[in-house]
Design a protein around this ligand. Structure first.
Ligand code: DGY
Length: 328
């Protein structure tokens, strides 16, 4: 007698080749139209499913877990997992996984590019050109901030932060300073060319501050009005971490009043909505949460999320686990 394959749900459209691979192991319900499902829709589609492949947009919290008692694993196609209530998942015996490493370099590339675009006013000057306003050269036209040789500050020194540090130190001769919950070991600091400083020193000394820390209640509004007030008026701020780490309303005021020079934002509080004030200030570069968006990297993320589902539901061991479920 053939055994029935476990049923899983893929919450968003992903690479068809990955869906095909998942079908070899599971009875797959996919969302090929990439429809937006309400939390209730998600819960009802998840009935009887042992696994779900999520993106950062689907919340796996206590309510969903209570409504879906068959769920055994949620595999996030993202390195960040603030859409998961990890404690509730652990208590319910649900495995959580994410996709570390495969996106590190691509995301570091983007963080560095966004910092540079912000420092050199690329979006603002492009809008000027597209609007037909460019009539002649002027010595100070769109004069931006120096990148090479300046001080790069990194808040959150995990894998991606370290990648940005290496780019700054080795590629652009920047002085790199960082602050993190825990200090890196000496060899890693040397490899990144980075020096540990307090958060206050980071804010005060950075010419370009890049945020790469994970979101949690303790990092909520880690950069608000008080922190922005400590930065240099010539400094830039780049956020590729998560919405909610910056108080976007306070940032819009700081940008309008030129209390800092400029910001580059890939993530927003309440995205895909964003604070409308941010759309009215010129000195900000805005991108729609695309730091990991190259096709090879997105393919690697989807593959790793799928491999986590396959490994866990066939052997009981996930490849990149975030928790050790206890509750089952
Ligand atoms: C991540 O992996 O956490 C990214 O933000 C998703 O692109």
């Amino acid at each position: 007698m053939t055994q029935r394959k476990p049923a899983i749900l893929v919450a968003r459209a992903i690479f068809p080749s990955v869906i095909e691979r998942l079908r070899e192991h599971f009875d797959v319900t996919s969302n090929d139209d990439d429809a937006i499902w309400s939390p209730d829709d998600l819960a009802s589609r998840l009935q009887g499913k042992a696994g779900i492949l999520t993106t950062g947009a689907e919340r796996v919290g206590a309510e969903l877990l209570a409504a879906c008692p068959d769920l055994r694993i949620a595999a996030n196609m993202a390195v960040g997992y603030n859409n998961f209530d990890l404690a509730a998942m652990t208590e319910r015996g649900v495995q959580a996984t994410n996709t570390p490493d495969v996106l590190t370099e691509t995301t570091a590339d983007f963080g560095f590019a966004l910092m540079m675009a912000t420092a050199r006013r690329m979006a603002e000057s492009e809008h000027y050109l597209r609007a037909g306003l460019w009539k002649r050269w002027r010595y100070d036209m769109f004069a931006g901030a120096e990148v090479h040789g300046s001080t790069l500050g990194i808040l959150g020194m995990g894998r991606i932060g370290q990648g940005i540090a290496r780019r700054g130190a080795l590629g652009f001769g920047m002085k790199v300073i960082y602050h993190n919950r825990s200090r890196l070991d000496a060899a890693t600091e040397v490899a990144c060319g980075a020096t540990y400083v307090s958060k206050a020193e980071l804010l005060q000394q950075a010419d370009h501050l890049v945020l790469v820390l994970p979101y949690s209640p303790s990092s909520h509004h880690a950069i608000g009005a008080a922190e922005l007030a400590q930065m240099k008026p010539t400094a830039t701020l780049t956020n590729i971490a998560r919405g909610g780490i910056v108080d976007d309303a306070a940032l819009a005021v700081a940008l309008r009043e030129r209390r800092i020079a400029a910001a580059g934002l890939d993530v927003f509080e309440g995205e895909p909505q964003l604070n409308p004030e941010l759309l009215t200030v010129p000195n900000v570069v805005l991108t729609p949460h695309i730091a990991s968006a190259t096709l090879p990297t997105r393919q690697a993320m989807a593959d790793l999320a799928a491999d986590n589902l396959i490994a866990f539901l066939t052997t009981g061991r996930a490849l990149t686990p975030l928790n050790t479920p206890t509750g089952r």
